[in-house]
Design a protein around this ligand. Structure first.
Ligand code: SF4
Ligand code: SF4
Length: 321
């Protein structure tokens, strides 16, 4: 019997939700396991780095990597997996554009360490002790990975062939990607494996979205009784649908919650947050600066709202010292 194709899964800076999404394939996971040999999957199987190092280069047919690259260890792993894999799939929002971990790019590395080990309320660390990268213990040398100065998306560290968007990608898109890989019916390198349309296009509320939203205030979901039929933006809720790629079938608006933008932008958009600001803020009804400011006060965390999943790919990218 011929060898089955080898597949690997790896995670960097992420919450583990993308790993859950693979398990969410439910009985379809059995079809995947039947068709391939999984040679690395830290969340579920006990393989070591030495197992991967021992494999011939390009012997892994496809490697799915989720999570952003924050530490030296993550960078070493993704470079190793790049060398060993024919195809690398950037899996999920954190790998694609930094995700939630990239919100840390609003702080410097020193700022993060100082806050976590010195200034954080409730911290009990009188000597301001920080983790050491290297220490000796009874003749053994213990090491820790180092934080990089900023959080990077996977493709800012290694070349990748395909992108699966989402926080996490939906089981339907994952299965479609796996089938494309197994049958060799692959799109051009660089493709995002999700429809290249704005999320509003697949939202059931789209017909209730007026051409001019005439916004007089922004509200947060807990401040309003949400109408389940009407466009959320038209109700004054920040719904990232106009600046977000489709493919999830508008899951969040379908569940009466605004889209927070986890599928990233379409191919025609360079900067998802800037796209949202340019397309929606021109719909603010007041024209006086003071009144406009009052409307914008309804968005208390603009970066966390417009770049929740994409600060690594934002044109400004990070805070400098
Ligand atoms: S803005 Fe949000 S709720 Fe309105 S149509 Fe677009 S995705 Fe749907
Ligand atoms: S509606 Fe928006 S936030 Fe929700 S899953 Fe889809 S892209 Fe992600």
């Amino acid at each position: 019997m011929p060898d089955k194709p080898k597949v690997a899964f790896y995670w960097c800076a992420s919450c583990g939700g993308c790993e859950e999404a693979v398990v969410d394939l439910a009985e379809d996971i059995l079809k995947v396991v039947e068709a391939v040999d999984i040679v690395l999957w830290p969340v579920a199987m006990d393989f070591k780095r030495s197992d991967i190092e021992a494999r011939p280069d390009k012997s892994i047919v496809a490697c799915f990597i989720n999570g952003a690259v924050r530490t030296t260890e993550q960078e070493e792993w993704v470079r190793l997996l790049r060398r060993k894999s024919q195809v690398v799939i950037s899996f999920g929002a954190c790998a694609n554009s930094g995700g939630i971990p990239a919100l840390a790019n609003q702080s410097t590395k020193e700022g993060i360490l100082k806050y976590v080990y010195e200034d954080c309320p409730g911290l009990d660390n009188p000597n301001k002790t920080r983790p050491q990268l290297k220490c000796e213990d009874e003749g053994r040398t213990l090491t820790l990975p180092e934080l990089h100065g900023m959080v990077r998306s996977l493709d800012q560290v290694i070349d990748v062939e395909y992108y699966l968007p989402g926080c996490p990608p939906t089981p339907k898109l994952i299965m479609a990607a796996v089938l494309a890989l197994l049958t060799g019916k692959l799109p051009p390198v660089g493709t995002v494996l999700s429809p290249d349309i704005a999320l509003c296009e697949e939202c059931k509320r789209k017909d209730s979205k007026p051409a001019d939203l005439a916004l007089t205030e922004f509200k947060r979901p807990h401040q309003v009784q949400i109408d389940p039929e009407k466009c959320l933006l038209a109700q004054g809720l920040v719904c990232m649908g106009p600046a977000t790629r489709g493919g999830c079938e508008a899951l969040c608006p379908g569940g009466n919650m605004p889209c927070t933008g986890c599928f990233g932008p379409t191919s025609r958009v360079k900067d998802q947050g800037a796209k949202f600001v340019s397309s929606v803020f021109s719909n603010i009804a007041p024209k006086e600066v003071k009144e406009i400011d009052a409307v914008l006060d309804g968005i208390p965390d603009p970066i966390g709202t417009f770049y929740r999943y994409g600060l690594s790919k934002c044109l400004l990218r990070r805070k400098l010292n």
